[in-house]
Design a protein around this ligand. Structure first.
Ligand code: NAD
Length: 542
């Protein structure tokens, strides 16, 4: 595994692109920080050269041809199983790398490794259904068969964020490879080392299973480019000869990705930001609702696309909910994620800390009142004394915030929650108001309804305009063999289940009849008669 992580002359680890199986470097470097301490832990290149881009292009094409046409399904399954074995073997090291560069708590980092293993097993299963899709179907005419085949796009460009530095690159690698594609990954500049280990493990698994000339051809099957969005990301998006883009990140970058790919007529799917809402009705256990909301808002310090940003609580239970929520949020143990007793770690970077603080400041100005708790970075004295100048933000709670205010309209990617009363003379009315309020958001990734009323729960699945709906729990906790994705500003397409987003369909008609014919063509005499007897509206005087 150490093969891909080299050191600078200062003894710092240095992240390198992996192009056609080789580690390469080009141009200036930027520093990578441990968000828990603010210390530099390594360096990463800002961009890549035009020569590298050419090699990327050619080797991805050659590898994709070989993977699709010359590697058997059994061999592909062996590759997936080899990757799983390597991840199991390096489980601790992978989790530790995520703690160091992404500031994840141990338990969340380990859960992410498990999520990755689950994803690999899921796509291992999908390999067996890759080529036939819906089997043979009956045709309208005799002596004719029809069947559809799933085929790869070719080369996928995968662009990924820092908040799930292992799981998200693996969603994209697994889907791409199971669908018969090659992939070029551009991962986040804040978390380069997890990505590099991941791609290293995939490549060594391929080399282990496949030998000879095919091994040489497959060197470009999975390639990794580091660097900033505006340099490496832009260069790839505008110039790489890809067939599809799979993007996960913010709405702002999603718009750039969609318009650039669109101008080149390349399909893309987008997993974007969210503003997840929970609706709590009066029949639900309030302690459980509070526990779910705390976990959905403060898990990973609020840096999940599905993190709960607002809770609408039915009026009769509102005060009780707020007081219990504040008590638990205040008691949260903030600290270094390396420490097992820590309950909330840092934000990813200084820039992210400033961004969250800026959005909280805007909310305060617009409301003309502050939050009930928090609203500022963890104090500099405490940071220096205990936490070593990391990027920590206090759990922050606003109450009674309408749409039109930053905390309700924008995704604040940090531990910031809004708690609003949900009006309604009875549960039915509160439920309908809850649906309307949630559907007013411009986002639609993950939302939740907390009630024990089975009838309302059943109606909710039809009424909420959302990609994911949780009933009876908070907005987080997706399983990676189910559909994942959003509607409205939260994105296009679904990842995480099956091959739909990673393959395209060829519909085949196999006609043995031996005569020229068309399914819709009627008997000649009958057609002549109906047309000659009919009057066209053009011939009728009105
Ligand atoms: P981001 O949009 O800033 O960056 C995502 C990736 O895009 C990075 O690799 C970045 O370098 C690259 N990028 C940036 N500008 C680019 C450009 N002009 N051209 C090409 N690439 C460019 O997002 P982030 O801050 O890394 O991640 C946080 C965001 O991701 C949040 O909004 C979060 O909700 C979202 N997210 C969504 C999901 C989902 O599945 N819906 C999952 C995780 C994160």
């Amino acid at each position: 595994m150490g093969r891909y992580i080299l050191k600078t002359d200062k003894g710092r680890p240095i992240a390198r692109h992996i192009i056609n199986g080789n580690s390469t470097l080009w141009g200036p470097m930027i520093e990578v920080f441990n968000p828990a301490t603010g210390q530099i832990i390594g360096e990463v290149p800002v961009s890549l050269s035009w020569i590298d881009l050419e090699v990327l292009d050619k080797s991805a094409r050659r590898a994709q041809e070989c993977w699709y046409r010359e590697v058997t399904e059994q061999e592909k399954e062996l590759v997936f199983r080899a990757i799983i074995a390597k991840i199991e073997h390096h489980r601790g090291a992978l989790a530790r790398t995520m703690v160091l560069e992404a500031g994840k708590l141990w338990r969340w980092a380990d859960a992410e490794v498990q999520e990755t293993i689950d994803t690999l097993w899921h796509y291992h299963g999908e390999l067996s259904r890759c080529y036939t899709h819906d089997g043979f179907t009956r045709c309208q005419m005799p002596d004719k068969n029809a069947f559809s085949i799933l085929k790869p796009y070719g080369v996928v460009l995968g662009i990924t964020p820092w908040n799930f530095p292992l799981a998200i690159p693996f969603w994209k690698m697994c889907g791409s490879l199971a669908g018969g594609n090659a992939i070029v990954l551009k991962t986040a500049e804040q978390t380069p080392f997890t990505a590099e280990i991941a791609v290293g493990l995939v490549l060594t698994s391929i080399y282990e299973v496949i030998d000879g000339d095919r091994r040489e051809s497959l060197r470009g099957l999975v390639q990794l480019v580091h660097g900033k969005g505006e340099t490496s990301g832009k260069l790839l998006l505008e110039n790489l000869n890809y067939d599809k883009v799979a993007f996960t990140g913010s709405v702002e970058t999603g718009k750039i990705v969609a318009s650039t790919a669109g101008s080149r007529l390349k399909p893309c799917h987008l997993e974007l930001g969210g503003h997840a809402a929970m609706v709590v009705l009066d029949d639900f256990d309030i302690d459980l609702a509070v526990a779910e909301a705390i976990s959905a808002n403060l898990g990973d310090s609020g840096q999940r696309c599905v993190s709960a940003r607002v809770v609408f609580v039915q009026e009769s239970k509102y005060r009780e909910f707020v007081s219990k929520y504040l008590e638990r949020a205040r008691a949260r143990v903030i600290g270094n994620p390396m420490d097992f007793s820590t309950e909330m770690g840092p934000l990813i970077s200084k820039e992210q800390l400033q961004r969250v603080n800026g959005q909280v400041g805007k909310t305060i100005d617009q409301l003309n009142k502050g939050p009930v708790i928090g609203g500022f970075p963890t104090s500099p004295e405490r940071l220096a004394a205990e936490l070593g100048c990391g990027y920590y933000y206090e759990p922050t709670v606003f109450v009674d915030v309408p749409y039109g205010i930053t905390a309700m309209d924008e995704e604040i990617f940090g531990p910031v929650m809004v708690i609003n009363p949900l009006p309604g003379r009875n549960r039915e009315e509160a439920f309908r108001n809850g649906v309307d309020l949630v559907n007013r958001s411009k986002y639609g990734l993950s939302n939740a309804l907390l009630t024990n009323d089975r009838q309302l729960a059943s109606r909710a699945s039809w009424l909420f305009n959302t990609g994911l709906l949780y009933i009876g729990r908070g907005t987080t906790g997706a399983e990676l063999n189910k559909y994942f994705g959003g509607v409205k500003n939260s994105g296009w397409g679904r990842e995480g289940k099956g091959l739909d987003d990673w393959t395209q369909i060829t519909q085949v008609y196999d006609d043995h009849h031996g005569k020229a014919r068309m399914a819709q063509e009627g008997a000649n005499e009958k057609v002549k008669k109906t047309i000659s007897e009919a009057r066209s509206p053009l011939e009728i005087e009105i």
